[in-house]
Write a protein of this length. Sequence first.
Length: 179
Amino acid sequence: MRNLFCKLALPISVLFCATAQADTFKLTSSDITQGKAMSSAQEFQGFGCNGGNLSPQLSWSGAPEGTEAFAVFAYDPDAPTGSGWWHWQVVNIPKEVTSLPAGSAAPAGSISIRNDYGVAGFGGACPPEGHGVHRYQFTVFALSKKLELPEDASGALTGYMVRAHSLASSTIEALYERK
């Protein structure tokens, strides 16, 4: 009955259905944990950082009906830029893919967006020394369709399009600090 209700175009159904779907769509990882510090494997290599620059292993389950693709983001809202820092954006991950191994490249058929380091792919944590603990939000989005983006899409445009077509999302917020 809930699925039928969620398909109706009623304003009240939007909030109810998004909440219900978010409860079943889950992101997990063997490398990062909610509210815990990441290892140096997820630290950037460059800009004064000497980590492994490996994306963490991620798995997701419980995608809502109608999912046609996934997107994975890593974002630091605490970066001293005025707009945060995009560490990773991969969109149009095929709907059959439900995990990414540590250090993985974008799966075939998906698109890696240029991160704020200036490269397409994962760029690890590298907060300024002495700036305190930063939060790193790793989020998977279930998308209602594959996205059509310009070749040079910005992180902001990509974020807008992903959120506009998101059926559900799940986040692990990990921490990192350089002293």
